[in-house]
Structure formats: structure tokens, C-alpha cells
Design a protein around this ligand. Structure first.
Ligand SMILES: Cc1cc2nc3c(=O)[nH]c(=O)nc-3n(C[C@H](O)[C@H](O)[C@H](O)COP(=O)(O)OP(=O)(O)OC[C@H]3O[C@@H](n4cnc5c(N)ncnc54)[C@H](O)[C@@H]3O)c2cc1C
Length: 380
């Protein structure tokens, strides 16, 4: 069993996801990046292949629960040549669907989770707001009771899939005077009157539909409430651990991808009569990158094992997310450096991996917040 995690079945799954990525995603990635979008059908195809359902049981349309299989899917989709495509599929599966599964009712599973895992509808998670990111408890979107309905007002910012999602899991204050204990989760469908979404252009993840969403008296029935009133903050904190493990898996795969792009160029490019790879300074830099990637992978797999152990590994998932996301950007930066001037040109993969990797230390909890969590976990 590789790394004490991957069985021969997981290796077979890896081969089949890799083949899907090689045949159906990589050949289109450059065109999608140029257009800054990719077709919705990619969700349907990914769902058809069962790749959203690995960590969910069959009764909701999954094939698991198998978190290691889900890790395989995350790692392989990351190499699709477009960070935005991988991020969009990931936000659907690891954010929106995970909330529905963990905290939704059987009826909510039937209504949204089953079609979402089949790739028939696209989901997003809306927590961050224009004035509340790291400090989740200070969010200002409100949901006010009106008979059997709730009236939602407010806005959400930087939401992956936000500009084209069919449904959004929204965190809102049902008790505006409370802080974290006043937060409740709702499913809001994007065709509800008063729901507006606009796409926001981004540095990297260019193909992902990052959106700003506003709610103006959006009416949802109480059957759209996920969990009890006031249970939203704990749900968010609980799901963060998997989100961070998932992000770390993607960041390690992204660092590995940047490393391979850099290595291939270093062999091809000749300066002063020899390949760049043959200069000792670059040999050592490649050695450093390889060692750090392997260390980050080990830390990430450690967090994954802790997660499978039915733990809530706050410290390990924060460590893995922090280490891997900072590393992924460092390796992408080295990848750009070894390309010299070509690295700065948009025709070369180096600038795309650099742009895409810059998001890692910001999204899903910044590096500063990860350090806070780790420090506090040691009683500091
Ligand atoms: C491309 C993209 C996609 C995203 N997708 C989603 C999504 O799908 N759903 C969603 O809900 N959110 C999403 N986000 C939001 C993301 O999670 C937040 O941007 C992130 O958590 C940081 O919040 P903020 O941007 O408000 O920064 P702020 O919280 O305003 O932080 C600003 C700076 O202050 C630092 N800081 C904050 N608190 C502390 C502290 N206690 N100590 C030291 N430094 C601190 C931060 O590290 C940062 O450097 C996305 C963001 C991006 C850029």
C-alpha cells in the first residue's frame, strides 16, 4: 500500500482519472484559459464518471465513502492544465456538496445533493463577504423569519462558482445581535427573485466563475435551512478541516506539476553551451524543491490519515494547508525563474502556474490565519 494509503484499487482509479484528464481536459485547457471560461458540460461529464461521489455513500449517489479515493481525484484533477477548472470542480465537490451531505436533511440530499453529485447542477459555498473574510463571525448577511419563510439580505464576495452556480450554501445571521452563535446555513437557488451574481475578473484561476453575489429580499422556505438555527458557525469550523486537507492535496499536486514544467524546460533550454539543468546551482535548487515537495506530501498525507481516523485534525490540516500552499507558490516562482524571459510570456505554462499558485496562501483561510490556528493549538 503506497504511503500506507493507496491500494491497487486506488491506483486503478488514478489511472482512469488521469486518462480522463489527459483526453478531455488538458487538450482544451489552453483554449479555456484564453476564453477565461470552460463549458458547464465538464461538470456533467465529471459527475457521469462518478468523480464527485467518492467520499459520499451510495444512498446519495456516491460510491464511497472513501476519502483516499477522493484524494486521488483531487490530485489528478489538479493536473488538468487550468487551475480554475480544478478549483471550480473542487469548490462544488468539497465545499457545497460536503455541507449538504454533512448537515443537510434526507430531503435536502434528494433535492440538491443527488443531482449535484451527478453533475446536473452546480453548487457554491458563500461565506466570505465584502467586509468579512478571515473573521467569519462578523458576517453581515441576514436571514429574517417571515412565517414559514426566511428573507435574506446581504452580499457574498469572491465565491468560486458564484457567478454560475444553480445553488449556493449561504451563511447568514438569523440573530443579528449575536456573533458566531447567530449564524445559520441556507440553500439559496440562483433563480430566486432578488438573487444577483456578477463575475469578478481574477489574477489566476481565470477559468473559474468567481462571483460577487447580492441578496435583496430573497425569500426561501424554511425547508432550505441547513441544520438548526445558530448551528452554522460550528458547521463551518467542522468542514474547514477537510477543505484544508483537500486544498493541501491540490497544492502538493500543483507544486509537483510546476516542478515537472520547470524540469522539462531546464533540460531543453541551452545557455552557455549546455542545458540549464546542468548548472550546479539549478541542480541544487531542483533538489531542494523535490525534497520540500516530498516533505509537504508527507505532512498532507499525515493530515489525511488523521482525518480518516475520524479525528478533527485542526492543527495538522492547518499545517498541511500552510506548508503546501506556500511551497506551491515558491516552486511556481522557481519555475518562472528558470524560464527566464519566456516565463513572463502568457504563451508559456510557467506564468499560468505562477498566477494560479498565488491564490493558495489566501483562499480557504490565509497563511496568517493558519499560523494563528497552529500557534493556538500549542496554547500560545
Ligand atoms: C479566488 C478566490 C476564491 C474564493 N472562493 C471562496 C468561496 O468559494 N467561498 C467563500 O466563502 N470564500 C471564498 N474566498 C474567500 C477567501 O476564503 C478569503 O479571501 C480569505 O479567507 C481571506 O479573507 P479576506 O479576503 O476577507 O481577507 P481579510 O480577512 O480582510 O484579511 C486581510 C489580511 O489580513 C490578514 N489577517 C486577517 N486576520 C488576521 C489575524 N488575526 N492575524 C494576522 N493577520 C490577519 C489576512 O491574512 C490578510 O493578509 C475566495 C477567495 C478568492 C481570492
Amino acid at each position: 500500500m503506497r504511503y500506507g494509503l493507496f491500494t491497487s484499487e486506488h491506483d486503478a482509479l488514478r489511472d482512469s482519472v488521469r486518462s480522463f484528464v489527459a483526453k478531455e481536459l488538458i487538450p482544451n485547457a489552453d483554449d479555456w484559459e484564453r476564453a477565461s471560461e470552460f463549458p458547464r458540460e465538464v461538470f456533467a461529464r465529471t459527475g457521469e464518471l462518478g468523480l464527485f461521489g467518492m467520499k459520499f455513500p451510495p444512498d446519495v449517489g456516491g460510491s464511497g465513502p472513501d476519502l483516499v479515493a477522493d484524494a486521488v481525484v483531487i490530485e489528478e484533477l489538479t493536473s488538468c492544465g487550468s487551475g480554475g477548472v480544478a478549483a471550480s470542480l473542487g469548490a462544488h465537490k468539497d465545499l457545497a456538496c460536503l455541507y449538504l451531505f454533512n448537515f443537510g436533511s434526507p430531503e435536502q440530499h434528494r433535492r440538491w445533493l443527488v443531482p449535484a453529485l451527478a453533475g446536473e447542477i452546480i453548487g457554491a459555498l458563500g461565506i466570505t463577504e465584502p467586509d468579512a473574510g478571515s473573521d467569519v463571525a462578523s458576517l453581515r448577511t441576514t436571514a429574517r423569519r417571515d412565517g414559514d419563510d426566511w428573507i435574506i439580505n446581504g452580499s457574498k464576495m469572491f465565491i468560486t462558482n458564484g457567478a454560475w452556480a444553480d445553488f449556493v450554501v449561504v451563511a447568514a445571521k438569523t440573530d443579528p445581535d449575536a456573533t458566531h452563535e447567530g449564524i445559520t446555513l441556507f440553500v439559496v437557488e440562483s433563480d430566486a427573485p432578488g438573487f444577483e451574481a456578477r463575475r469578478i475578473p481574477t489574477l489566476g484561476w481565470r477559468t473559474s466563475q468567481t462571483g460577487e453575489i447580492s441578496f435583496a429580499d430573497v425569500r426561501v422556505h424554511d425547508d432550505c435551512r441547513i441544520g438548526d438555527e445558530g448551528s452554522g458557525f460550528l458547521a463551518i469550523m467542522r468542514n474547514f478541516a477537510w477543505e484544508r486537507v483537500a486544498m493541501a492535496l491540490a497544492q502538493v499536486a500543483s507544486a509537483q506539476h510546476s516542478y515537472e514544467v520547470a524540469r522539462a524546460y531546464a533540460h531543453d533550454r541551452h545557455v552557455f553551451g549546455r542545458p540549464v539543468a546542468k548548472f550546479q546551482v539549478w541542480r541544487h535548487r531542483f533538489a531542494d524543491m523535490a525534497a520540500r515537495i516530498e516533505a509537504s506530501r508527507a505532512l498532507t498525507y499525515h493530515a489525511l490519515r488523521r482525518f480518516i481516523g475520524d479525528d478533527n485534525p485542526i492543527r495538522e490540516s492547518a499545517m498541511a494547508k500552510l506548508h503546501s500552499s506556500e511551497l506551491a507558490f515558491q516552486v511556481a516562482d522557481e519555475c518562472m525563474q528558470i524560464h527566464g524571459g519566456y516565463g513572463y510570456m502568457t504563451e508559456f505554462r510557467a506564468e499560468r502556474v505562477w498566477r494560479d499558485a498565488r491564490l493558495g496562501p489566501i483562499g480557504g483561510g490565509t497563511s496568517e490565519i493558519m499560523r494563528e490556528l497552529i500557534g493556538k493549538s500549542y496554547g500560545l
